[in-house]
Design a protein around this ligand. Sequence first.
Ligand code: ARG
Length: 561
Amino acid sequence: MDFKNKVVDLVSSQVDLPKDKISQLIERPKNEKMGDYAFPAFVLAKTMHKNPAEIAKETAANLTSTDFANIQAVGPYVNFAIDHEKLISQTLDEVLSEKEHYGDQKLGEGNVPIDMSSPNIAKPMSMGHLRSTVIGNSIAETMKKVGYTPIKINYLGDYGTQFGKLIYAYKRWGNEEDVKKDPIMNLFKYYVKFHEEAEKDPKLDDEGRAWFKKLEDGDPEAVELWQWFREVSLADFKRIYKELGVDFDSYKGEAFFNDKMQPVIDELKEKGLLHESRGAQVVDMGEDENPALIVKSDGSSIYLTRDLAAAIYRMNTYHFVKMLYVVGNEQAQHFVELKTVLKKMGYDWADRIHHVPFGLITQNGKKLSTRKGNVVFLDQVLGDAVDLARKQIDQKNPNLANKEQVAHDVGVGAVIFHDLKNDRIENFDFDLDEVVRFEGDTGPYVQYTNARAQSVLRKAAKMGQEPNLSNNSLNDDWSFSVAKALADFPRIIARSSDKFEPSIIAKYALDVAKKFNKYYANVKILTEDEQINSRLALVEATSIVLTEALRLLGVNAPKEM
Ligand code: ARG
C-alpha cells in the first residue's frame, strides 16, 4: 500500500496544485513522533494570500482518512501519521500474497534496447566493461519489472584498423596452440608486442595498414583470421558473462554495420548536413562546438558514423520507446554528437536515446589502462572474490551443504553489489577485501541477512509454526520500521527505473537489511505466543523483498550461508 500516494491524493483534494508537484513537496519529518509525512503549506502562502500556519490548519481540519491515525497541523506543516498497525498488516499481507511479484507495476511498455558491456575483441574485458555489464543488466531487470521489454545488446568492438596490426602480429610472433589455450591473453600479448616493435620500426605500421586493407577487401586469409579472433575472444567473454549470470539478446557488433554506413553518409549528404573541413567530412554541432567527424581525411569511417548506422538500424528493427547506452562517462561527448546528428537528420526519436554514464574504477587511486598493459583480468578478480568468500564460509559455517555454489553466489554477488551500491556516476577504488566483507555496506551483508531470515523460518517450521497474518497484528516500533521499509519497495523500483540508477535499489536493500537486523536483535521471534505467526510473516516478507531486490541487481540470494 502506498501511503505517500494517499497523502498526495488527500492534499490534492484540498489545495490547488498538480499532483506531481505535491508529491515533490511531501517531506518525511525528521522526528518520527511528528508523523510519517508532512506537507509544507508555505508554498501556498503567496497564491492564497494567507499565512502558512493558517493554511495548514484549515487543510488539516478538512481532511479525514481511515488510513491515517492522525492528520494535524504543526506550524506551517500538515502532518500525517500512519496507522502503524494497519501499515504493518496491509504491507505484509501484500508482500506475502504477491511474493516475488510484489513491486511489479506498469510504468510503460515497448522495446528498450540496452547497449551494454560491448568489450573489444582480442583485448581483456576491462573494469569499465564489467561496470557496463552489471549496470546494464540491473537496469534491464528493473525495466522488465515495470512493464518494458528490454533488449540487451552487446555491441562488440570487433572491427577497426587494430585488426590489421593484430593479423600481422599473429602471423609474425603468434601460434595457434597458444591462442587456443588462452585466446585473449595471447592475442593481447601479440598486440602489445606489435606496439613495442612499431616504436622501434615505424614500417610495421604500414604492414598493419596493409593487412587491414586486405581485411576490408575481403582477402580470405585476413577474413578467416579475423573471424577466428572474434570467435575465440567471444568464447572467453561468454565465460565471464556466465560467471556473472548475464546473457544478451544480440551480439551485433561494430563489424555488422560495415555495409550500413555508406547509406548514412549518403543521407547526410542529401540532407545537406555534410561538409568538408580540412579534408574530412563533418556535421556542424552549432556555435562554440567542434564539428562531429563523419568521414576521416583518409576516407576511413569512424566510431560515430557506425553508431549512427546502428541507431537507425535498431529503430527500424525494434521500434524502441527508449534506447539506453550504458557506457563510461568519458564518452559523454560522443553520445551528445550521436543524438544531435540524428536530430538534424530529422529523427525526432533521438529524444528517446539516453546515455547512461558511469564513473571510473581505479586501483590504489590510479586509473587502469589497457593500452599500457596494466590490466586487471576479470576472471581473476571474480575467482579471487569466490576464494575469499569460500574462506569466510569455512570459518563461519564449515559444514554448509553446496558450499561451492554459495561461495560463487557470495563472491560474484559481492563484486556486482559493490559496483552497484554507489551512484553510478561516482568513481571508486577497487579493494577486494572490502568488497567481500560480510559486514558493512556489502552484498554479503544483505545475503547474510536474508539467509538469517530463512534460518528463522526453517527453525519455526521444525516447531510446527509458519508465517500467518490472520490472528494477531503487530504494532511495535521495530516491526513498524521494517514494514514501512517494505512498503517503500514499489516506489523504490519506480524511481530506480526512471533514473536508470541501480544504486537506489542497492541502498534500499542495505536499509531493509539493517532494519531487519535491528528487529532480529530486539525481538524474540520464536517465542511461542499468540503473535509468533505474525512475526514469522514479517520475517518471510523481508526475505521475499531482499531476494527480489538482489535479483533486480543481478545477485543471487542463497537460503543458507
Ligand atoms: N567498445 C566500446 C569501448 O570499449 C564501447 C561501445 C559502446 N557502445 C556504443 N554503441 N558506442 O569503448
